[in-house]
Design a protein around this ligand. Structure first.
Ligand code: FAD
Length: 394
């Protein structure tokens, strides 16, 4: 950035954008901070949607991260219900569907969107879960449904299955892989997660696809057919980068940034689900759709933007999921072949699996042992050699 930083515009009013705004003020930035979000809500706790909102443990008003007055106290202008359409990075102007907003610094915090189901023979819609509005719509549908079909046994599909069965629905969970969380865990761990669904009365259908959905009847790729009241697609998410396609930024599975989350031009950063950056903790490029990642990156972006610094964001990716009262945590690199069950047993609902690379602890999957999951995250973050990690566990 050549000139003075007088105005920072943050696009996306989620956790990542919020943490950037708070970070800027914490570091005594006195210029304008404008946060633009296309949803009509102030930042809210998205993980609660599939846990507390669907089950009815929380109402919409319970999940806002900060009270609205906090934004005026912080001097952050919230422009909600407004969608960024394009950014002129040379002229430093953001175009939204309502206005043109000049900026000195721009933070892209637009998160990701739920993918739609495609390729099947459908004559009716399916539901998905990404936003508060989606959650309210899905809760209403689950409350009056007898049978629910969920397509995809990733984190969202698995949590929706748990919530729906807790509400008394019969649930069929259809997954094209041989086990749940297929892209992020080893088959041995995935098989164990599949047994957790079975043990809670879910009709789990691995290695299967939804082939057709017509007049309330679902047909699967194994030929089976059944009546179903609600179909939920939990088939992953895509980064919200479409609005930047003419910007000149490099877009490849997210906004391609350097290790300090800078998107190329000075003063332009990306943060949260939308950023693809080299995580020097593991020497790998990553795009991570996890809450703690989005939250922690915000402070680093605020610091780097304000001080024209290049502090690296080099922390382990960490995600938790709550299913049937069991906490599942994944940290770091969890798909490699060199792993050990270091506590519990894969045949139970409580175990800790660790992954090793070059005799260093690089990944963990903790099921039903949250303290060990958090401890693993600390050990991975501090690049602990394997023998020291094992000693620390004992
Ligand atoms: P988002 O939260 O997606 O916020 C981005 C915001 O920008 C959105 O409001 C979006 O509508 C808006 N936006 C997009 N494009 C534009 C535009 N052009 N103009 C203006 N605004 C725009 N992670 C975990 O670690 N643990 C969990 O248990 C967990 N549970 C989850 C449960 C659900 C149901 C979902 C959907 C996600 C869950 N996650 C969980 C993931 C976590 O919520 C995300 O990683 C996190 O919300 C990412 O934050 P973000 O600020 O980067 O993006």
């Amino acid at each position: 950035m050549s000139g003075e930083l007088r105005r920072v515009v943050i696009v996306g009013a989620g956790i990542a954008g919020l943490k950037v705004a708070e970070g800027l003020r914490r570091e005594s930035f006195t210029g304008d901070v404008i946060m633009i979000g296309d949803e009509s809500y102030a930042p809210y706790d998205r993980p609660s949607l599939s846990k507390d909102v669907l089950t009815g443990k929380a109402q919409a008003e319970d999940i806002f991260i900060r009270p609205l007055e906090r934004f005026s106290q912080l001097g952050v202008e919230l422009m909600l219900g407004q969608r960024a359409q394009a950014a002129d990075l040379k002229g430093r102007i953001l175009l939204t569907d309502a206005s043109e907003i000049p900026f000195d610094g721009l933070v892209i915090a637009t998160g990701s969107s739920a993918r739609r189901l495609s390729g099947a023979d459908f004559d009716q819609g399916t539901l998905s879960l990404r936003t508060l509005d989606d959650a309210l719509q899905l809760r209403a549908a689950l409350c009056s449904a007898r049978h629910v079909t969920i397509v995809g046994a990733g984190f969202i599909g698995s949590e929706v299955a748990a919530a729906a069965s807790g509400l008394g629905c019969e649930v069929t969970l259809v997954e094209m892989d041989a086990f749940p969380l297929g892209r992020v865990v080893r088959p041995e761990v995935g098989a164990s997660l599949g047994r957790i669904h079975d043990a809670h009365g879910i009709d789990f259908r691995p290695s299967t696809r939804l082939a057709a959905l017509r007049q309330g009847r679902a047909r699967l790729s194994d030929g089976s057919e059944f009546s179903t009241d609600v179909v939920v697609a939990g088939v992953g998410a895509s980064p919200n980068t479409e609005w930047l396609k003419e910007s000149g930024l490099t877009i490849r599975d997210g906004i391609v940034c350097d290790a300090s989350l800078n998107a190329g031009p000075p003063g332009i950063f990306a943060v949260g689900d939308v950023v693809n950056w080299p995580n020097s903790l593991f020497g790998e490029r990553m795009r991570v759709e996890h809450w703690t990642n989005a939250s922690a990156q915000g402070a680093v972006v605020a610091h780097n933007l304000l001080h024209q610094a290049s502090e690296h964001f080099a922390r382990p990716n960490y995600v938790w999921s709550d299913q049937y009262g069991i906490r599942i945590q994944l940290v770091g690199l969890t798909t490699g072949p060199d792993f050990e069950v270091v506590s519990g047993s894969l045949s139970s609902q409580t175990f800790l699996v660790w992954h090793r690379t070059n005799n260093r602890l690089v990944g963990a999957c903790a099921v039903g042992c949250p303290e060990m999951g958090l401890k693993s995250a600390d050990l991975i973050a501090s690049r602990t050699p394997w023998p020291d990690a094992v000693a620390a566990l004992e």
